[in-house]
Design a protein around this ligand. Structure first.
Ligand SMILES: [Zn+2]
Length: 296
């Protein structure tokens, strides 16, 4: 079970258009407030999502603030609500917890809460970026309990997006390939990755990215696992790719450096035991791809 996965909510997508049913859910709702996409969390040593009574949360939000029905947590309806209207995080919520950036909070959050907050953050982030119709430019309106935005001028319907990205551990014999992207800090090495493009299979995207970024030819691509990554809306599709040779030809616009690691070196990287090198942290699927290869 990877971090960000295992969301237990019953999303009841069949009921999102039923206004009477939604009004009932509001009465009993618990609300996860997000302030400028930061999540409200509390607890020690593990963090939990702080949920508010509906009336309190509603009083803090602007009348047109984005609200999303996340699903039923057992019998309890859970909503996400944008409370970003104030310059500072709402004072009234200090007693409930602290607003943290999701990525920073993720390593300490309970698995279930991380998955739910990831859904909440991705949805409110999508609303924040889609106030206007991509087709005609008119202001759009939220519907379907926050799962749709409609254009009153041209009738276009817009739905929340998830952007698939492939992330792959290339292997050749007993070595794996780890690289440093030009946009990363100087000591961080991880798997190669890239967004899928229209008209590609997962395997084709893996092969293309490996060839473009490192000049290696994939001969065998194997799907391993996927992970929602709400920064802002990716789905990471984790794969292993056996490549033909150790010879690299790096794309200098994307990759600052890449090296082949044997299993001892990769193990040491994950354990943070190599001076001047950092590997992917445990919340990232890259960490688990490397660990899975080490355990093979
Ligand atoms: Zn339109």
């Amino acid at each position: 079970m990877l971090p960000f996965t295992g969301n237990p909510l019953d999303r009841r997508s069949d009921k999102r258009g039923d206004m009477a049913w939604l009004a009932e859910q509001h009465q009993a709702a618990r609300v996860l407030p997000l302030w400028r996409l930061n999540v409200l969390v509390a607890g020690t040593p593990l963090l939990s999502a702080a949920a508010l009574p509906h009336a309190l949360a509603k009083a803090l939000a602007a009348p047109d603030a984005a609200s999303v029905f996340l699903g039923l947590d057992g019998e309890v309806p859970l909503f996400a609500l944008d409370v970003s209207g104030t310059a500072e995080a709402p004072e009234a919520l200090k007693q409930y917890g602290e607003f943290l950036e999701l990525r920073a909070a993720a390593p300490s959050l309970r698995r279930k809460d991380l998955a739910i907050l990831s859904q909440a953050k991705a949805m409110l982030d999508w609303h924040g970026r889609h106030h206007f119709c991509a087709r005609c430019g008119a202001a759009t309106l939220s519907g379907e309990a926050g799962y749709k935005r409609s254009c009153p001028r041209c009738q276009a319907e817009h739905f929340p997006r998830t952007d698939p990205a492939v992330i792959m551990l290339a292997t050749c014999g007993d070595k794996c390939l780890l690289a440093r992207n030009v946009s990363w800090s100087g000591d961080f090495y991880s798997c190669l990755a890239g967004f899928m493009e229209p008209g590609e299979t997962i395997e084709e995207a893996v092969a293309r990215e490996l060839y473009e970024e490192a000049g290696v030819r994939a001969k065998n691509v194997r799907y391993a696992a996927s992970q929602p990554w709400p920064f802002p809306a990716a789905l990471m599709i984790g794969c292993y790719a056996e490549v033909e040779s150790l010879e690299l030809r790096l794309d200098p616009t994307e990759i600052a450096d890449a090296e082949w690691y044997d299993k001892d070196q990769a193990r040491a990287l994950l354990a943070d035991e190599i001076e001047g090198r950092r590997g992917p942290i445990k919340i990232a699927i890259a960490h688990h791809l490397i660990k899975g290869w080490l355990d093979e």
